[in-house]
Ligand binder design. Structure first.
Ligand code: NAP
Length: 331
């Protein structure tokens, strides 16, 4: 496993991180608590130290599971969580209503984007409690809120850093202009964005920007939510409540198209003795500006397989060959 510093901080994080959204169950058709905890332990044993979660993942469930899993190994973990998606009060920008069953007795939860100082102060305490820790390594603003000036948000985050409750500050789903505002009021060490072979928009904006300013780039959904593992064939059926069930990206025709693209990578994967999913992860962390990949895993087998991609080194020729296939596919 390779490790890289988070921004200008002295926090060294594995280039492959473990994403724990699916582990929270919400929007992923549920999750198995035992598998989730075993996945976290297996990932850590395989060299992963970066674990990413958020209060919104399962409305606290993902953070609680992570807290439980790392309670006896906190010192081995770079813990990343987030703030700014709230459901305890109706404040800020309305984002969406979660209608998934069993979340509350009213049948739905209204989620708002809010990054006001009071909300952040409330949220950080909730996260520390659920995570059973007294500090968070990377604290990220989950989605940007247009009702709170960024300098107020950043001042609060800088105060939390001074108080030792958080060690580094990151943003997510942010534009270059928003990152500029964060940087005017403090130190921004990480940017977490959607990035994969299927979602390449940030190659034109955030990736060159973070590279220039020494900010870490944490790619989320790097496996296209599983589609890029090569293991999602026509027979795979997604559970009720799994967002992939009605997503066009997972249509039978698109599954076939992606399997064809992945098939052309097989000789490179075979030459390295790795799976297609591992090759896809190795490609991501070799892209200019992309320092870390946050890869979701639901069980120990997936966590171990994904972690091993953190030590794969692709040659310039491998990357060039892959790039020409991806460019054709992306058009
Ligand atoms: N900041 C944000 O707004 C934001 C948004 C999205 C995600 N994230 C973060 O990024 C993390 C990763 O993104 P993601 O979970 O959306 O997608 P992802 O990492 O692209 O895909 C994860 C899914 O792929 C499948 N998978 C993973 N490893 C596999 C393997 N070795 N073999 C076969 N299947 C495998 C699993 O689903 P199945 O087994 O069910 O197929 C897993 O849940 C999240 O957990 C979260 O921490 C952040």
């Amino acid at each position: 496993m390779k490790y890289k510093n988070i921004g200008m901080s002295d926090i060294k994080s594995s280039v492959v991180g473990l994403g724990t959204w699916a582990i929270g169950g919400w929007m992923w058709g549920g999750s198995d608590e035992k598998d989730a905890i075993r996945a976290i332990h297996a990932g850590i044993d395989e060299g992963i130290n970066l674990i990413d979660t958020a209060p919104a993942y399962g409305f606290g469930k993902s953070e609680e599971l992570v807290g439980k899993a790392i309670a006896d190994r906190r010192d081995k973990v770079v813990l990343a969580t987030k703030c700014g998606l709230i459901w305890h009060e109706q404040k800020g920008d309305f984002f969406f209503t979660s209608t998934e069953e069993n979340l509350d007795e009213h049948g739905g939860i209204n989620v708002y984007k809010c990054l006001s100082p009071e909300v952040i102060r409330y949220e950080v305490e909730q996260s520390l409690r659920r995570l059973k820790t007294d500090y968070i390594d990377i604290y990220q603003t989950h989605w940007q809120d247009f009702t709170t000036p960024i300098d107020e948000t950043m001042q609060t985050l800088m105060e939390l850093k001074k108080e030792g409750k958080i060690k580094a500050i990151g943003c997510s789903n942010a534009t270059i202009e928003q990152m500029e505002s964060y940087r005017r009021s403090g130190t921004l060490d990480a940017d977490q964005e959607l990035y994969s072979m299927l979602d390449r928009n940030h190659e034109q904006d955030n990736l060159p920007y973070v590279k220039e300013h020494g900010i870490s780039f944490l790619a989320y959904s790097p496996l296209g939510q599983g589609l890029l593992t090569g293991k999602i064939g026509p027979d795979r059926v997604f559970e009720e409540g799994d967002q992939r069930r009605d997503n066009d990206r997972f249509s039978l025709s698109n599954r076939r198209k992606i399997l064809t693209m992945l098939d052309s990578f097989r000789p490179i994967a075979d030459a390295h003795g790795i799976s297609l999913g591992q090759l896809v992860i190795a490609w991501i962390i070799a892209q200019p500006g992309c320092s870390h990949a946050l890869v979701g895993a639901r069980n120990p087998e997936q966590a171990v397989e994904n972690a091993k991609a953190g030590s794969v080194i692709l040659s310039v020729e491998n990357l060039k060959n892959m790039q020409s296939v991806i460019d054709k596919f992306y058009d």
